[in-house]
Design a protein around this ligand. Structure first.
Ligand SMILES: [Fe+2]
Ligand SMILES: [Fe+2]
Length: 338
């Protein structure tokens, strides 16, 4: 039965509408290996270079930390607070740029884990596997993204530490999953890529005053991420069915933790920013912790991956309790549908 996020028909897939126009001209129905082949081909005909395809030194692309285009919009959960609006214009712009640079730093550290995990994943693939070629295309693309993100961070002038020690420790574990538990690894991949993709697509669609440098970086990123998301989803659809009961249970219990952590990393200011700008605790509560709008946006960003988890049968009624406990369950959502 076709579902909103695509359907498994034996070894044949109905490619969902939104994925059809994203990674290129994917046929409405195709086998798993064929789909991987097409994604690999797209990587050859439609790819970007961090330096050749971004005019870093164009005066229009220059970063001025006090440029009003870096300011958070009144629609933003922090940007809409009275505290933020009462800051001087220069501070509002700096804080917005600082947050953007932090997301890029975390993004490139996430991509570092992703690349290392994909190398581990590729290590165990047999000769002739179409996934090997695809995985290497994705590693190359992620390396270009990381060059682009780090160049942006450098040009902002902010010294951003990125992940803290316990997150780096967790990241090392995730790298190993690329080889030992690829299904869990690809849930992690979607947990990082889906929310970033969602936020970037929204910004490209809705923010008229986007700095041209940011617009260019986001355009390149969403174009290539479409392939990565498509691969991760279809890998899970193809392989999750073959898991034994213990692994399936482990996947269903670990997925919500991974997704809850990843979504927050990508959608909240880092502790460094909170300290640097002296954001009062009650402002953080107002904007994030107790804000139904922030909660709704987080659920929105996670919706696709949650639907996929249900589709591949890892959202059992028991697991739903965990999702709820972690605050990432959407009222009215369905448990296992597969
Ligand atoms: Fe990326
Ligand atoms: Fe990616």
């Amino acid at each position: 039965m076709p579902t909103p996020s695509g359907a498994l028909l034996g070894t044949e897939y109905v490619v969902p509408e939104e994925e059809r126009d994203r990674p290129g001209e994917l046929a409405p129905r195709e086998g798993y290996a064929e789909l991987i082949g097409r994604l690999s081909h797209q990587s050859v005909v439609k790819h970007f270079d961090a330096y050749a395809d971004v005019p870093w030194d164009d005066p229009e692309f220059r970063i001025d930390p006090e440029d009003p285009r870096w300011e958070l919009s009144p629609d933003d959960v922090l940007g809409g607070t009275a505290w933020y609006r009462s800051q001087p214009q220069g501070v509002r712009a700096r804080l917005g740029l600082h947050m953007m640079a932090t997301f890029m730093k975390i993004g490139l550290q996430f991509e570092g884990v992703l690349k290392r995990g994909l190398l581990e994943f590729a290590l165990r693939l047999p000769n002739g596997s179409p996934e090997f070629r695809y995985a290497y295309h994705e590693i190359i693309e992620e390396a270009q993204h990381s060059l682009m993100f780090q160049e942006f961070v450098n040009r902002t002038g902010f010294d951003i530490p990125g992940l803290v020690w316990w997150q780096r420790l967790g990241a090392r574990q995730v790298v190993r999953f690329g080889r030992t538990f690829p299904e869990l690894f690809f849930v992690f991949v979607l947990g990082g890529e889906d929310p970033i993709d969602h936020v970037q697509r929204m910004a490209l669609r809705e923010r008229e005053q986007l700095h041209p440098l940011l617009r260019r970086i986001m355009q390149i990123h969403v174009t290539e991420e479409a392939r990565h998301l498509c691969f991760a989803r279809h890998y899970l659809k193809e392989h999750a069915d073959r898991l034994g009961p213990l692994r399936r249970l482990a996947l269903s219990l670990r997925a919500p933790f991974i997704l809850a952590i990843m979504a927050q990393l990508m959608m909240r200011p880092s502790p460094q920013i909170v300290r640097a700008y002296g954001i009062p605790r009650d402002v953080i509560r107002e904007a994030y912790t107790r804000n139904p709008v922030h909660r709704a946006r987080t659920l929105d960003a996670l919706r696709k991956v949650r639907q996929l988890c249900a589709e591949i049968g890892i959202v059992s009624p028991g697991a739903v309790r965990l999702w709820k406990l972690l605050g990432i369950w959407e009222p009215g959502a369905q448990a296992v549908t597969a």
